[in-house]
Every structure is written in C-alpha cells, then in structure tokens.
Design a protein around this ligand. Structure first.
Ligand SMILES: Cc1ncc(COP(=O)(O)O)c(C=O)c1O
Length: 368
C-alpha cells in the first residue's frame, strides 16, 4: 500500500513498490504547489548554513512578527510549530476533549490525535450529494454532543470550504472549535472573506491552524502556525518541545512571506488549472467534488476500484491518492493534486487509457 505511513507523497514507498526510481514519478498524491519552493529558499540554504552552529530563536520572534504584520494581529496570538501536524497534536492534547466531533471524510490526523487523548470520537458523515459540506443542523448537533469540533476549512480531501458565517456564529456561541486552514492560502479571497484567523486571535475557544508547507512547497522543513487568544497560546507554548522550529524553518518562513510574485503566480495558475482539470476529469466520467483549492476528490465510474487504478498508474510513474483510506469514503474515491498543464495533461491521458482498458475488459482488463 502506497500510504503505509498514513499519507500521500511517499515516493520511497512508491519506488520500492513499482521498481521505479524516486525521480521517475509524477506525484499527484500530495497536494504541493507545483512551482516548488521559491528560489530564496536555496539562497538561505547556501548563505546561512554556517549559522546552524547556533540554536534557533526559541521564541521564533522574526517569523511571528512577519506573520503578525501580514494578518494584522498580535504576535502573542501566534504559536509556530514543526508543521501544522505538530500543532494539531499539541492543541488536542491541551484541550483534552472528552468527545471530539469531526467530519468524515477529513484529514486523518485529527482522528489520530484525538484518539491519543482517549477522547470519544463523533463522526459527522458528509455526503457527495451535497458536495461533502457539513449541514448546519449536523454541526449544531455535534456542538451539543462534543466538547471539541475539529474541521478542515477547506477540508481535505474534499477541497470544500465551510460556511464562514456559520463558523463565526458557532465560535461566538462559545463552541470549542479547532479549524484547520492548512490550504487557505490557495483559496481565492481566502484571507479577505473565508478565513477565521483574525477572529481566532481574540477568541479563547477558537483556534485556527495554518500550514506553510503546501503553498510554499516546503514540506521538508516542516512549518505551520496556530492562532488563538494570547492566554490560550501561552498555555499551548508551555507544552511545546523547546526549539521545536529549527533555524532553517524560521528563516525560510519569514523570507517566503515576502515572495509576492510567487504568491501571485500561484493564484493565477490555480484559477486556470483547477477548472480545467475538473472539466477534463468530468469528461472522463469521474464525479468530481467542486474544490476551491489545489486538489480534487472524485468518484470513479462504474466498479473501477481506486486500488486497481492506483496500481495501474503507479506502474506508469503516476501517483494518485487512494481516498478510500479516509473514513467515510469507499473504494471508488481518488484524490489528485492539481499540477501544471503538461503534467495534468499526462494524468488525463493515462487515466483515460485506464478507464478505456477497464471498459473494454472489465476486471480482467486491468492486470493485478
Ligand atoms: C488538512 C491538512 N492539515 C494539516 C496538514 C499538515 O501540514 P504540515 O505539513 O504543515 O504539518 C496536512 C498535510 O497534509 C493537511 O492535509
């Protein structure tokens, strides 16, 4: 199984499984900005490596200040972490929920982090018939039954945003809400319209997570942050391992926030490529969930199983995410990242071949 360590983008496992070198894969299984890290990342690695002889700033001052300036909030409302993944775990450990409500499907780490605190899990089932968006009555019921609600905004793997007005009113009603905005940078008008980050900076029961690893394509250095009321952030920081955010991550984080051209180019690319790929997949008979970000969840036609399709494409050097591994989805669901046009064209071509092969030969048409 490609996701044997729980996530997409595991090129080493793919290389072992398909006998192709890591460099031979086109990876649609993890949702990375295809422009790669901005070049300033290379300059920092080249020019600042000697400074690694010193400890990182334990208070992450420069990066917190840069984030505070960008979002118009106080640095005291921000805790930076070793990826958003660290902060999901840390936040749930601090909250110690008795019962955690989470959408199904959603990012598996929520469930795993809640399980580590022995919290009861309450699934909010999402349905393709309404584009996998949680309904208002489901959310209010969940809020009444659980002492923590963890939701992706936009959600992974669906790419669907939550209703931000509804979220604001839940937060204002005092519901303990952990909102994962890891992909919000990709959303058109994300910060201006949809994000609850600013509200979180002054609301003790609202905690907004952001990741810097996807939009800036730097998952290898691990970098994310969480925003909430300064009192809550102080309690969270007390539980964090000292120097959790390494020096490279701090320097790079502050530097990429100045990359306005990279940000503009990314948004322009996605505005074109998301609808293009959605249209192409739909034309192939896939039932695509509308997405506001750089990945698309879709149901395969007929009885074609995602595991068979993943194997078939993997052997051709194309990696897709088996979305049946998300609680709440079955064997007909796959997720792909949106990449650059030529790469997306190759995906569409190979997928089309696979589906035609399937249609021609049924199960026997795809070799196991
Ligand atoms: C929805 C979501 N939240 C958080 C994370 C973790 O991000 P990071 O790389 O910042 O730890 C991921 C990673 O895939 C994700 O998909």
């Amino acid at each position: 199984m490609l996701e044997k360590y729980g996530h997409g983008g595991d090129l080493l496992t793919a290389a072992e499984q398909y006998g192709i070198p890591v460099s031979g894969f086109l990876d649609f299984s993890s949702n990375m900005n295809p422009f790669g890290p901005p070049s300033v990342v290379g300059e920092i690695a080249t020019n600042q490596w000697k400074q690694l002889a010193r400890y990182p700033d334990p208070a992450v001052r420069e990066l917190r200040k840069a984030l505070a300036d960008r979002y118009g909030i106080e640095p005291e409302s921000i805790l930076v972490g070793n990826g958003a993944a660290e902060l999901i775990d840390l936040a749930i450990r601090l909250i110690q929920p008795t019962a955690t409500a989470l959408a199904r499907p959603s990012f598996t780490e929520y469930e795993e982090a809640a399980a580590k605190t022995n919290s009861k899990l309450l699934g909010i089932p999402l349905s393709h018939d309404n584009d996998f968006t949680p309904q208002a009555d489901q959310l209010s019921q969940a809020a009444a039954q659980a002492d923590l609600l963890v939701l992706g905004h936009p959600n992974n793997p669906t790419g669907q945003l939550l209703d931000h007005t509804l979220m604001r009113s839940l937060a204002e009603d005092g519901v303990e809400l952990l909102l994962d905005e890891a992909f919000m940078d990709f959303v058109p008008d994300g910060d201006e319209v949809h994000s609850l980050l600013k509200l979180a900076a002054r609301t003790p029961n609202l905690h907004v997570l952001r990741s810097m690893t996807k939009f800036y394509a730097i998952p290898g250095i691990r970098l994310g942050f969480i925003v909430s009321h300064p009192d809550w952030i102080r309690r969270l920081r007390e539980r964090q391992v000292p120097w959790s955010v390494n020096s490279f991550a701090q320097w790079i984080g502050a530097a990429v926030l100045r990359e306005a051209e990279f940000e503009r180019k990314t948004r322009e690319w996605l505005a074109e490529e998301n609808p293009w790929l959605t249209g192409q997949l739909t034309a192939l008979g896939m039932r695509v969930c509308p997405s506001s970000v750089n990945y698309l969840l879709f149901a395969l036609p007929q009885d074609l199983s995602v595991k068979q399709l993943q194997r078939l494409l993997g052997r051709r050097g194309i990696l897709i995410r088996d979305a049946s591994l998300f609680e709440g989805l079955n064997e007909s669901y796959a997720r792909v990242a949106v990449r650059r046009r030529e790469e997306n064209e190759r995906l569409v071509r190979e997928l089309g071949d696979a589906v035609r092969q399937w249609e021609a030969g049924g199960e026997g048409g795809i070799d196991e």
